[in-house]
Design a protein around this ligand. Structure first.
Ligand SMILES: Nc1ncnc2c1ncn2[C@@H]1O[C@H](COP(=O)(O)OP(=O)(O)O)[C@@H](O)[C@H]1O
Ligand SMILES: [Mg+2]
Length: 401
């Protein structure tokens, strides 16, 4: 039995929310059994009413990406759902959260997440973010100028700015020449296409644990006079995708050497750098290995990904939760402890998620996620917790653009 269960008075209840579809896909009932084994109850949050009488919780775990996007687009029901979670967390700073909503918001807009990736300092690891630019107008001349200024080269992928919330978020196109620029549908992000011999690597992250899976991807493409190719990413890079767009051209198959798979340790270092910038415990990173250089290109970052094939996912998630609860408690200033929930008391535990899930950041502050502020001084603690206590409003929901 976990040491955690020995603690008297601690609310050993994990409150969670995810869509019914996601719940079934993950076979979530089994996670309830894992939680029980560790002395925790797992309770689904009812976001149609206040969370006050549904707890007390020690941690909130959520997959609210689509709901946050809808809320940013003005959907009243979604707004109310997000509001209930945020109000509860604001009123209960003693409750840990995986992951902080403001940190999840950083990944809902592709331009925003690529900007963070660009500043994550992964160059020293021979990794990079392909050149990208946000396109907000349909003015072709203006877009051509912006593409040039940002160093985006042909061919490039044009992706909807909003990365979640509807099937439209995954409808992309590949543009080969100036003529194709009229096919950009704003708001979108244009990103240089990186030739990678049609192999994508997905890195799934649960706290300190990572798992790499190989997936099909787009074949090599070169600048040319052809028409724009429209595609849905779901048809290309799922485990069972069999798109014609993934079949290498015969010349490439014969002449382009296959770059070796990325070194897992290097990948881990790249992902750790991103994780630290983002302040997230649960994330997925898509990378490709550039044919000509062997460098790792970061092409997509997602909050709470699918975790298909992640070994012992539920045990890893449990370790992450235990770590988050403990590190949250350790991080808490005394004022929060004494003002917080009566039922919360101290206790030991592991620290697999370390600072990740207790971090917060100022809205839109990409350079200071609050994640890597290990060994907080009491002033730093006050600042951080002050933010949490004041709430997290003010971030112009990127999804609303
Ligand atoms: N910059 C890029 N270079 C090469 N291929 C890319 C690039 N961006 C996206 N792709 C291809 O498009 C697919 C979907 O792109 P991604 O950004 O991962 O979108 P989604 O959010 O729908 O997963 C990738 O799996 C990959 O095959
Ligand atoms: Mg992807």
């Amino acid at each position: 039995m976990s040491k955690m269960t020995e603690q008297k008075g601690r609310p050993n209840i994990i409150g969670y929310w995810m869509s019914e579809k996601k719940r079934q896909k993950l076979n979530w009932t089994e996670f309830g059994t894992t939680c029980k084994r560790h002395g925790f109850d797992l309770v689904k949050l009812d976001l149609t009413r206040s969370l006050e009488d549904q707890g007390p919780f020690c941690v909130i775990l959520h997959k609210l990406t689509d709901i946050i996007v809808l809320a940013g687009q003005g959907d009243k029901k979604a707004e109310a759902m997000v509001q209930r979670v945020e109000s509860y967390l604001d009123a209960h700073p003693e409750v840990a959260v995986i992951d902080p909503l403001d940190n999840v918001r950083k990944l809902l807009d592709r331009f925003h997440s690529y900007s963070i990736s660009l500043r994550s300092g992964v160059d020293s690891l021979d990794a990079f973010t392909p050149n990208f630019v946000e396109l907000l107008s349909e003015d072709v001349e203006d877009n051509l100028r912006r593409l040039k200024e940002a160093g985006v080269t042909f061919p490039f992928v044009c992706k909807p700015s909003v990365a979640h919330g509807s099937s439209r978020a995954h409808k992309m196109c590949l543009i080969f020449n100036e003529r194709g620029v009229r096919d950009c549908q704003p708001p979108c992000v244009a990103q240089s296409f990186i030739n990678h011999n049609a192999i994508l690597y997905k890195i799934y992250v649960v706290g300190d644990r990572q798992h790499i899976v190989e997936r099909p991807s787009l074949k090599n493409f070169y600048p040319c006079d052809r028409d724009t190719i429209f595609y849905d990413s779901h048809d290309v890079s799922k485990a069972d995708s069999q798109s014609a767009l993934s079949v290498l051209d015969p010349e490439d198959a014969a002449t382009v050497p296959q770059p070796p798979p990325p070194d897992p340790e290097r990948l881990r270092a790249v992902v750790d750098a991103l994780r630290s910038k983002l302040g997230l415990a649960l994330l997925g990173v898509d990378v490709v290995v550039e044919n000509c250089s062997g460098r790792i290109a970061i092409i997509d970052i997602n909050a709470y990904p699918g975790y298909d094939g992640f070994p012992n996912f539920f045990e890893s998630l449990m370790t992450c939760i235990l770590g988050a609860v403990e590190s949250h408690r350790t991080d808490m200033p005394d004022a929060v402890l004494s003002n917080g929930s009566d039922s919360f008391s101290s206790g030991p535990g592991s620290s697999a998620c370390s600072k990740t899930s207790s971090s917060t950041s100022s809205p839109g502050d990409q350079d200071d996620s609050g994640f890597d502020t290990g060994g907080d001084s009491s002033d730093e603690k006050k600042k951080k917790w002050g933010r949490r206590l004041r709430g997290s409003g003010g971030f112009a929901a990127v999804a609303g653009k």
